[in-house]
Design a protein around this ligand. Structure first.
Ligand code: NAD
Length: 702
């Protein structure tokens, strides 16, 4: 049983939700059935004044709908989706039809369907705890609320507020919820029941709930300036890079169209909106992304979660460049002490004083030498990507620190084994590769052949404490993210040398959903960094890169990317946006075989060629057992280099276009690039018509 009914006072019933053996209550079929039956039974009682709906969970009221059931029904026809919405509404409606006052006493996360349920109650109160958050984040899964959330919210608050919350999917605090009249009172958690009882007595005596129930059945009262709302939020939806615009656009259209109608028409319109987005390609991709993150929270790759990681208070960082500084900032933000050392004392001084200025109440120590690291539980090396320099630095660190200190390298591509060869205690050493600490959540924790399980457990916990996403994986040049990235860069350079322009390639990938095209991404990382990482992978025998002359030529000519103002594009200081770099073409045009764009691949073909090459690299990574399971690759590509989440990951994309298309594309490329040969994993999937994610793939190809 999930629910339990008690009577905290005569005439007052309380339904406590507490899903057994689970940290969260979710709106699954069992909870719906129990609420349905319980409310039917309570409605039969003649002496009740009110019912309180509450959760026994310490951090969650109701976490929303059962996503596993939704994922299993994405191929439903429209009729079934409408029935699914009707069924949920019918159960929740019991809280607005019962012959007594209903009140939700909310503590913890109250989101999605978990907020729609209290919105059917006569009153809502919430705890003042910071863990109490409310919202309708369905659009983040490519869906819209389906149990009358879009119909009741504007009638409880107003249209502008409701449109904002539904189309952005943002979560709000109890305080903000009170300020928009979504909840009636905020009290300390321990006083929730007492306050709920008081409200029941007051509302029951005044019978105001009967009036309110009638009022909500009509059109939205506070509609505001409809045209302005449509304009403002339409623009925000397009500008919001974090959310795929399809579901928010459908929600905006439906909410503004149905605001002037009686609520029944509004919720019928909502069901139609839901049927438009349910099972859409974007929603499937976003649901997959949600599952990837959920999976990572439980098992972040190849790490033994039963081990107790070492506690980290002070982190030493060697190298105060682009990365070292960003890692230091991440540590300081989470309250860790930082010790910083750079060979260039000017850089060290400048970075330390800037960090001290940004984080005045944190401890940042500018080190004179390696001896300062004696008190550190973790030291991260983040110096230039050159084996000899890194090895020297790592040895210096090792000789200064305690026997138990974890030492990590932020190398982009050098195998951990190569660096560990120079150390006395390789068991204490691993890779902690921050893909881009400012822009990306993913951090690869790389387990060298000699890294101890304890070292990996400590590294994973450290990354979690930074509120980043760790994926622990086996060693190999380029690990995961940079191998996939290298495959993208390699194909982009190949398509460029075959005659397609840089702008066309970048536009094609941006239109697919990447935050920037491949050449823009190279500029952000640094052309030199990409060159060195690519070279490391090539030297280790990796098949995902060739030695294109373009990057070395650019580095030699002084084109290093955005950090230095010029790369594939120009970044004039103080002028904001990047510009096309005219001087570039004269340098690299000689490497382009054919300049006639008319016979070149169109944008869709460019995307398919580049992504197919990435699929090939992803399947090689699976073959080499670098990751614990294939989902880790999809998490890495989304959270590590900005693959669009609504495509669900590179292997998820392969499923959607069909692995046969990938195979065909690779076979075509292999005629001119023998390295790009489809491997056994791809051949097998194509032959057996199997999928990586059979459950989430539509019956028909997109
Ligand atoms: P950077 O050139 O900006 O900084 C390197 C810093 O190391 C410089 O300040 C330099 O003075 C210092 N340094 C060089 N030799 C040293 C030594 N012997 N002792 C102490 N300090 C020394 O480079 P970066 O972009 O910060 O990259 C650092 C590391 O992070 C590299 O391994 C790189 O591959 C990796 N990385 C880079 C990116 C990226 O996007 N740039 C992303 C992830 C990882």
């Amino acid at each position: 049983m999930i629910t339990k009914v008690t009577y905290p006072q005569e005439g007052i019933a309380m339904i406590t939700m507490d899903a057994p053996e689970s940290a969260a209550n979710i709106l699954d079929e069992q909870l719906f059935s129990e609420l349905d039956r319980t409310m039917a039974e309570l409605a039969e009682q003649t002496d009740l004044k009110g019912v309180i709906l509450i959760s026994a969970k310490p951090t969650i009221f109701v976490a929303g709908a059962d996503l596993k059931s939704i994922a299993a029904t994405l191929d439903w026809p429209e009729k079934k989706i409408v029935e699914f919405c009707q069924r949920g509404r019918a159960v929740m409606a019991r809280f607005s039809r019962c012959p007594f006052v209903s009140i939700a006493a909310i503590h913890g996360a109250c989101v999605g369907g978990g907020l729609e349920l209290p919105m059917w109650c006569d009153c809502r109160i919430a705890s003042d705890d910071r863990r109490t958050i409310l919202g309708l984040p369905e659009v983040k899964l490519g869906l819209v609320p389906g149990w009358a959330g879009t119909a009741r919210l504007p009638r409880i608050t107003n249209l502008e507020v409701a449109v904002d919350l539904v189309t952005s999917g943002r979560l709000i605090s109890a305080r903000e919820a009170k300020s928009i009249d979504l909840i009636d009172a905020i009290v300390p958690q321990e006083l929730l029941i007492e306050e709920a009882i008081k409200i029941i007595h007051r509302v029951s005596t005044s019978e105001s709930f009967i009036f309110d129930r009638k009022k909500i059945m009509g059109p939205v009262e506070n509609m505001g300036d409809m045209e302005a709302i449509v304009q403002k939020h339409g623009k925000q939806i397009i500008e919001n890079k974090k959310i795929f615009p399809f579901a928010p656009t459908v929600a905006l259209e439906h909410m503004t169209r149905s605001a002037s109608l009686p609520i029944k028409a509004a919720w019928n319109s909502e069901s139609v909106a839901m049927s438009q987005v349910y099972g859409s390609p974007a929603s499937r991709g976003l649901i997959n992304h949600f599952f990837l993150i959920d999976h990572n929270k439980k098992q972040p790759g190849l790490v033994d979660m039963s081990l107790s990681p070492a506690k980290i208070h002070t982190v030493g960082i060697v190298g105060a460049g682009l990365m070292g500084k960003a890692i230091a900032e991440n540590c300081l933000k989470r309250g860790l002490n930082v010790m910083l050392l750079d060979a260039n004392s000017q850089i060290q001084r400048a970075v330390t004083s800037q960090l001290k200025c940004n984080y005045p109440d944190r401890s940042i120590h500018s080190c004179e030498n390696y001896d300062s690291f004696a008190s550190c539980t973790l030291v991260i090396e983040s110096v230039v990507e050159i084996v000899a320099v890194k090895s020297q630095v790592l040895q210096e660190i090792e000789s200064a620190v305690d026997d138990s200190t974890v030492i990590a390298s932020n190398t982009s591509a050098i195998p951990i084994e190569t660096l560990a060869n120079h150390l006395q205690r390789p068991e204490n050493f691993c890779g902690i590769h921050f893909c881009h600490p400012e822009l990306m959540s993913l951090v690869e924790v790389v387990c060298g052949p000699q890294s101890s399980e304890q070292t990996i457990a400590t590294a994973v916990e450290f990354v979690k404490n930074l509120r980043k996403m760790p994926v622990a994986m086996n060693d190999g040049a380029g690990f995961v993210v940079n191998r996939l990235l290298a495959a993208m860069i390699d194909q982009s350079l190949r398509i460029f040398t075959n005659g397609t322009s840089i702008e066309t390639i970048d536009r094609a990938m941006r239109d697919f959903g990447f935050p920037g095209g491949p050449f823009e991404i190279i500029d952000v990382i640094g052309i030199d960094t990409c060159l060195y990482a690519g070279r490391t992978m090539w030297e280790s025998g990796s098949q995902c890169v060739t030695l294109s002359p373009i990057l070395p030529r650019l580095v030699k000519t002084g084109f290093l990317g955005r950090k230095q103002g010029k790369g594939f594009y120009a970044y004039p200081e103080m002028q904001g946006e990047r510009q096309w770099n005219d001087s570039l073409l004269s340098i690299i045009e000689i490497y382009r075989d054919d300049k006639d764009e008319s016979s070149k691949p169109n944008e869709k073909q460019i995307v398919t060629q580049i992504l197919s090459a990435i699929v090939l690299e992803a399947t090689r990574i699976i073959d080499e057992e670098i990751v614990a399971d294939f989902q880790d690759i999809d998490l890495c590509i989304i959270e590590g280099f900005g693959f669009p989440a609504h495509h669900g990951g590179i292997l998820f994309w392969a499923d959607q276009v069909g692995i046969e298309t990938v195979l065909q594309t690779l076979e075509n490329i292999s005629k001119v690039e023998p390295r790009i040969v489809p491997n056994a994993v791809i051949q097998r999937h194509a032959k057996n018509q199997t999928r990586f994610y059979p459950a989430l793939t539509p019956s028909e190809k997109i």
